[in-house]
Design a protein around this ligand. Structure first.
Ligand code: SIN
Ligand code: CO
Length: 375
């Protein structure tokens, strides 16, 4: 169980998307939930994104996983770093580190990235578009953070994949020790080097870009065949300046562009589906033999619990409490099942569920999709 030493609400008011800061002793008596060997093990898995970055003699190299066992046999004692994404999807102990932040909107949460670095190891100076809490595990790491980018930082060509920038002046320059947390809002350049073998846990949050919303909405409109109509204008007349797009026509065309957005149901469904998709692969295993509704009812009546797949996103709109969006799909619950929608979206485990006729078919479907699992 990890517990923050600061009040998250107060922290947000003061720092969130405003200022980077270090919370000394953000976790008291911190201990690593995962070992470097386990992390290396995860980086050998096909489904898990990982990177190996080395910088001996200022020669930057980056390689993407999955790695084979030999990768880790003859490594030097300094200047490299192994980084694994979305470890919360694959390692239950590591996933515990996300829980202290779980009262932030779930749809903003991205993943828990873990890096193991040896002395001098890091990814170099760069800028992220994430809000991140970097929790220092075992070892010490020297971090520098600069002022927010207002277009003054130049990219370097040191290594294509690393998107590094040239040097920057530090507004934070400090050594993190186990349990310290560095919070960095989007746009602030930063650079961290391990001073000794070191574990870093990055709890990242990411909001969609306006561009992404627009492009995803276009995909959604096409997939649902919305707006499959041309402009209709039976009252057409001739124009003296026939090269002109008249103001009236522009208005009509603009109206066509925005009409889908004026439909609240469409927008709700689009956002629910888009935001409930994880950007990282999930550990979803569909059961070999499908559950029958009788088996599910039996399991529930015996007090059996159901577990949500780690990192699965289940969301609900504040003003639509029985439409549940799970992993990009929508599930419509009966009006009387607001409590179930709450449980699906807020809890990692479903306990004490009464097997009624509303609950059983839905849970059977969710189990058969592998979104929830028993034992
Ligand atoms: C790392 O942990 O090595 C990278 C974290 C970051 O700077 O985003
Ligand atoms: Co970064």
């Amino acid at each position: 169980m990890y517990q923050l030493s600061v009040n998250l609400e107060d922290f947000l008011a003061k720092y969130w998307q405003k200022q980077p800061t270090i919370i000394k002793g953000g976790f008291v008596a911190f201990s690593d939930p995962i070992s470097p060997e386990e992390l290396a093990g995860l980086s050998m898995e096909e489904e898990i994104d990982s990177r190996f970055v080395s910088n001996a003699n200022d020669q930057w190299q980056a390689e993407y996983g999955p790695f084979s066992e030999d990768k880790f046999t003859d490594l030097g004692a300094s200047h490299w770093s192994l980084i694994v994404q979305a470890v919360n999807h694959w390692h239950a102990g590591a996933a515990e580190l996300v829980k202290p932040f779980k009262t932030l909107p779930q749809w903003l949460f991205d993943d828990l990235m873990i890096s193991y670095s040896v002395e001098g190891g890091g990814v170099g100076p760069h800028i992220d578009q994430y809000d991140v809490f970097i929790v220092q595990g075992s070892g010490k790491r020297h971090w520098r953070v600069g002022a927010k980018d207002v277009g003054q930082y130049k990219e370097t060509k040191r290594h294509e994949a690393l998107r590094q920038i040239e040097s920057f002046d530090a507004i934070i320059d400090d050594v993190l020790e186990p349990g310290d947390i560095l919070y960095i809002p989007p746009g602030f350049p930063h650079d961290g080097y391990a001073l000794e073998p070191s574990m870093s846990y990055s709890v990242g949050f990411r909001s969609p870009k306006e561009q992404e919303l627009i492009s995803n909405f276009a995909d959604y409109v096409l997939a649902h065949d919305y707006g499959n109509v041309h402009m209709h204008k039976p009252e057409l007349s001739t124009q003296e300046h026939f090269g002109e797009i008249t103001s009236g026509d522009r208005e009509t065309l603009t109206q066509m562009l925005t009409s889908a957005l004026e439909n609240e149901t469409t927008v709700k469904d689009f956002l629910g589906c888009m935001l409930s998709q994880s950007r990282h692969q999930l550990n979803i295993i569909e059961p070999d033999t499908k559950w029958t509704s009788e088996e599910v009812a039996e399991h529930l009546s015996q007090g059996g619990e159901l577990y949500k797949v780690a990192g699965l996103r289940a969301l609900v709109h504040e003003d639509e409490p029985t439409m549940v969006y799970i992993n990009g799909e929508v599930f419509r619950l009966a009006e009387s099942q607001v409590w179930l929608a709450r449980a699906l979206t807020n809890e990692d485990v479903l306990v004490d569920v009464e097997p009624n006729t509303h609950v059983v078919p839905l849970l059977t479907e969710l189990l058969n999709k592998g979104y929830w699992y028993a034992e």
